[in-house]
Design a binder for this molecule. Sequence first.
Ligand code: G4P
Length: 525
Amino acid sequence: MAQTLAEKVQSRKTFAIISHPDAGKTTITEQLLLFGGAIRQAGTVKGKKSGKFAKSDWMAIEKQRGISVTSSVMQVDYDGFQINILDTPGHEDFSEDTYRTLMAVDSAVMVIDSGKGIEPQTKKLFKVCRMRGIPIFTFINKLDRDGREPMDLVAELEEVLEIDAYPMNWPMGMGKNFLGIYDIYNERVEVTHPEQNGDNDFLPLNDKGEIVGDYPIKDSTIYTQALDEALLLKEAGNKFDEEAITNGELTPVFFGSALTGFGVHTFLDAFIDFAPQPASKKTAEGDVVPTDAEDLTGFIFKIQANMNPAHRDRIAFMRICSGEFEPGVDVTIQRTNKKMKLSHTTQFMADSRGNVESAVAGDIIGLYDTGNLQIGDTLYEGKDPVQFEALPQFTPELFMKVTPKNVMKQKSFYKGVKQLVQEGAIQLYKTYHTEEFIIGAVGQLQFEVFQYRLLHEYKAEVDMTPMGSKIARWIDEDDLDTNMSSSRNLLCKDRFDNPVLLFENQFAVRWFEDKYPDIKLRSLL
Ligand code: G4P
């Protein structure tokens, strides 16, 4: 029987996996795809990488763009649900990209390395999830290695991130002595058998919370300690509260080892039970409810050009917020009021792409774009305009002057800069009178990627002159007086022609504020 729109929406779970680099995000993603049957063997999502994410790694990854990019949105079927996993770049220099992606999900899975605990990037990403009030599920990874004490890790989670934690399960030992987990939520013990290829034993518990019948590990001190701790948590720890999970106030915590696959299935089953279905989305006129209207609405949160260098394509990723997508649907781009027929679209599997036949709220579809769309655009079907709230934009801190090396190649330089700016890869400014190009970034690596992509995708070699770090502050157009520019600040315009001052340092900002007390200086996020 055909599903109704409501049934389809209810079956969607759209989430992002966040972590500090190397905590195991890619490994756990692969496990989830394996369970969904989307890939046949681990190692498919991205080739082996070595240690840190450096410039050379980025380039190597970019050479395999087909793989790395299709893996940025992955769709798998599991247990009657359609799961949409949105990957986020791990490196902090690309945090803008990650923050925008977090606007397109309904929940987040936070992966933590049990040997390291909460790392800086986890903290930053977590804050954005908190700001959005989305549910956060925690997976403490690498139990097959000796790590920190579980009690310590949970305490750190609560203290540093200021969120209540509810351990859904509790590890029995770690490293060489890792026996499995005491599954508090499912009231059973799961014993690991790496030699049996992930065929774990699931042992039921009696009223006292002990394993029923005889089982060799009952005699082990590791089991007894885990049992004691689990019972203590049950007595004295936070209470399980589904509403608090939904509101992002309580994080369910799971332990496991993504590499050996242990605990990932158990995690996924609980995640499916508690992760929310696609939520309503705010507009100035009120909420757009996924199933209220038949009319399609959605917003663009990511644009990626040249995903396939052979075809020079440019894909805008749209998160659907309401209605049902069908090929050929007519929509309006709210910002420009332009009409667009969505006939050429794509969806992303783990290792392939396909045409979209139908998609509903929570789903991500890729629109082939010729330059009409920008990040943050709302698209809507029908006559009633819809405008979703703006996506966050970051105040860049690092700046470079940039000029084309070869004047004969100016055309490709301008084209490349324009497209990379529309993608959100970098921010563009121009000096007020002389219109020199200045690019701004949150992290240094963004510049390197910008330069590399201009050269490889647009054949434009550039000269880049570092300007160092600056404090960018916007002012109202009406307040603008070009004499405001001094040796301590540089007057520029952003790509929407809004005036912005690049200050040398905090002292220069204060000096300006003293001189122009009536002028309000604004930053982005
Ligand atoms: P990331 O996407 O969060 O950056 O992490 P990724 O999954 O790439 O994992 C980072 C490293 O940690 C990888 O090792 C991976 O094999 C390892 N790892 C992930 N999960 C576990 C786990 O549960 N236990 C153990 N012991 N290791 C785990 P690598 O040596 O950096 O890369 P590779 O050459 O093995 O791919």
